[in-house]
Ligand binder design. Structure first.
Ligand SMILES: [Zn+2]
Length: 152
């Protein structure tokens, strides 16, 4: 999973520190029929509420439902999903912080000129040692530390 955040420019109200937050995630389980849209919506709902309880806000969730062997443009590390985010919000993702724990999150971020940020939770420690890690990647111990850096 990866999240991108950027400074708001008007149209809808940003969160407390002036950022919009979107989630972009590969969910091949949808394409493989492991869960349906109702289950997916329930999971996303739970996540949005948990974040809201902690004082945050997720503006939207983008996902690629296609199988791992798919050649779709939206499955990370391909940049299609992030391009869709840019289009939907009519914004340029250049330099926009994009946080993830897996290599493909950071590769997708780098492909659109966003600022890849690696967190050392989940798969993060393993990702940190990968030779293909984008050189411009910033590294933080966890999401809270990364968010603190962005909001500072
Ligand atoms: Zn896809």
């Amino acid at each position: 999973m990866a999240a991108a955040a950027w400074q708001s420019r008007g149209d809808c109200p940003p969160d407390a520190v002036g950022y919009r937050v979107v989630v972009a995630t590969n969910l091949s389980g949808v394409g493989r029929g492991l869960f349906d849209m109702g289950t997916l919506n329930a999971i996303h709902d739970k996540m949005i509420k948990a974040v809201a309880l902690a004082g945050g806000r997720i503006d939207s969730i983008f996902f690629c439902p296609h199988a791992a062997e798919s050649t779709c443009e939206c499955r990370k590390p391909r940049p299609g999903m992030l391009r869709e985010v840019a289009m939907r919000y009519n914004t340029d993702l250049k330099g926009v912080p994009a946080i993830g724990d897996s290599l493909r999150d950071l590769q997708a971020a780098a492909a659109v000129g966003a600022q890849p940020i690696l967190v050392l939770t989940g798969k993060g420690v393993k990702t940190h040692d990968h030779p293909d890690l984008p050189r411009e990647t910033l590294v933080f111990p966890d999401l809270a530390a990364a968010a603190g850096h962005i909001a500072a």
